[in-house]
Write a protein that binds this ligand. Structure first.
Ligand SMILES: C[S@@+](CC[C@H](N)C(=O)[O-])C[C@H]1O[C@@H](n2cnc3c(N)ncnc32)[C@H](O)[C@@H]1O
Length: 483
């Protein structure tokens, strides 16, 4: 029955996730996270540079501090909701325009924006200490790595791997991202770095490139007025709080003043903060735990951060491939379609019609005829036939069970491990694989229920007869009886 039906559980485009940081707003206060740990000397130098440049002063509302998340911003006085925390003029931002205006601008023309900014960061990091560049003040406060999975060792990645070839989706996404970064590096090395030795007189390695990628992924702001990839020194010290659950208005780009054409980046606190407490924002409510782990190196315990991407496909060996593809595309889906399924949420609305379409065949194939083209999707929104519905249940359940059996541990075993004193990366790995398994179990349960209700559904033929007035209240067929 399942010949024309193929499910693949795999990761979607690894680089498709949306913006990197986002804003929020909330009423309550976050507990004090600031610690008394001393500030590294490079942070003092960074602050002095910004003071000399008049970006900050002793009266600034917030200052860098050492916090559990690394560096962070701590309020110097009580701050009300929406109060400005800091403002950074455009001159201090790093974006593709900064690179274009720099010494490497000419050789970076035409590169992908992130690659030109990455080369800029690496060059500033590796250039001789005595060759003064103001950017050194910023580069020196950037971390060498984060807990993003792109920085994990093979052994650490093993924690998110299943027994068989098919580990977690995060594992395959991480490996694809690393492969992507490596290919981009090899290309830029050959085309830009090696032919321009005078601009890059030091060895640049893949590790340097992965570092720059990790920095951009975890700290660059995007989807801002006219700015799709921009590093804002100082503002990028802001950490994330899971308890802040809205994203509105925490930062914006605005005019520097009434008579100025300059732009300024302004960061506001979404919630009231007491002096000495850390100022925090919500980075992105729409990111799954896998995306948070890949981009920033942390996850949340919020259930709906757990997702699983189910990949469904119209097989190209399906005899009805062309008709099915036409119907799929007319209704906003594709030959290979990804469905993000979230813990505790209903299935995506187009998933069941798409599944029914993929499984359509046998005596139901008449629905693929062109006279039905305008109405077929409406029919697919409801069960088509018992056979069709049974196939989708069997195939989805089979795929879930096979994916579940490929993990090394059970949900119960993961839950037990979670209580222990764990390394941050191990904790992320356990959280991710437990989350994926819970979503797979939820999908399996959902289709198990459907399977048990197969005899209760009304299918296309009954609906059709009812519409024609040929089925009575109790589902009995009304025959025409000659008088
Ligand atoms: C925009 S930077 C914030 C500044 C950063 N803490 C630092 O030391 O430079 C984002 C990074 O901060 C850390 N971070 C931010 N919020 C966090 C959180 N709630 N839990 C753990 N780490 C966090 C992660 O390493 C993340 O990649």
């Amino acid at each position: 029955m399942a010949t024309f039906f193929s499910t693949i559980f795999s990761s979607p485009n690894p680089l498709s996730s949306k913006s990197i940081l986002h804003s929020n707003q909330q009423q309550f206060t976050v507990k004090c996270n600031a610690s008394a740990a001393p500030l590294p000397p490079e942070v003092h130098t960074f602050w002095k540079w910004l003071s000399d440049e008049k970006v900050v002063s002793s009266k600034s509302p917030a200052k860098p501090a050492t916090v559990p998340e690394g560096l962070g911003l701590v309020a110097q006085k009580d701050l009300g909701r929406n109060e400005v925390v800091l403002e950074v003029p455009k001159k201090f931002w790093i974006n593709p325009d900064t690179v274009s205006a720099s010494e490497i601008g000419n050789v970076c023309n035409g590169l992908k924006p992130w690659i030109s900014v990455a080369l800029f960061l690496i060059r500033e990091k590796l250039r001789e200490e005595d060759e003064y560049s103001p950017w050194r003040n910023y580069i020196d406060v950037l971390p060498e790595y984060t807990d993003s999975t792109i920085f994990w060792s093979e052994e650490e990645l093993g924690e998110i791997e299943g027994w068989s070839f098919s580990g977690t989706q995060l594992l395959s996404t991480t490996l694809s991202v690393k492969e992507y970064v490596k290919n981009e590096f090899l290309q830029v090395q050959e085309q830009v770095i090696l032919p321009n030795k005078q601009l890059f007189p030091f060895a640049i390695t893949l590790e340097d490139f992965v570092w720059a990628f990790g920095i951009l992924r975890s700290r660059a702001f995007s989807r801002l007025r006219g700015q799709n990839l921009v590093l804002i020194p100082l503002a990028d010290l802001i950490n994330h709080s899971p308890s802040i659950t809205t994203e509105d208005g925490a930062y914006e780009i605005k005019g520097a003043g009434l008579f100025s054409r300059d732009q300024i980046f302004s960061l506001r606190t979404p919630i009231p903060v007491k002096a000495g407490q850390q100022v925090l924002i919500q980075y992105d409510l729409n990111k799954s735990n896998a995306e948070l782990a890949l981009d920033y190196g942390f996850i949340e315990s919020t259930p709906d951060r757990n997702t699983y991407t189910l990949t469904l496909q119209i097989s190209d060996s399906d005899p009805y491939f062309d008709d099915k593809l036409d119907i799929a595309e007319t209704n906003g889906t594709k030959a290979i379609q990804y469905f993000d399924i979230t813990l505790g949420r209903p299935l995506p609305p187009k998933m069941l019609p798409y599944l029914r379409l993929v499984a359509l065949g046998g005596t139901d194939a008449f629905l693929l005829e062109s006279i039905f083209r305008n109405s077929v999707w409406d029919h697919l929104e409801l069960p088509v036939s018992r056979d069709n519905e049974e196939v989708i249940c069997q195939v989805v359940r089979g795929a879930c069970q096979s994916a579940l059996s490929s993990y090394r541990t059970t949900i119960e075993e993961d839950e037990k491990l979670k209580g222990g004193d764990l390394d941050q990366r191990v904790e992320i790995a356990i959280g991710i694989r437990a989350g994926e398994k819970m979503v797979l179990q939820q999908i399996d349960e959902n289709f198990k229920e459907r399977e048990m209700e197969l005899d209760e559904y009304e299918y296309y033929q009954e609906r059709r007869l009812r519409d024609l007035g040929l089925v009575g209240e109790q589902g009995d067929i009304i025959f025409w009886e000659p008088k």
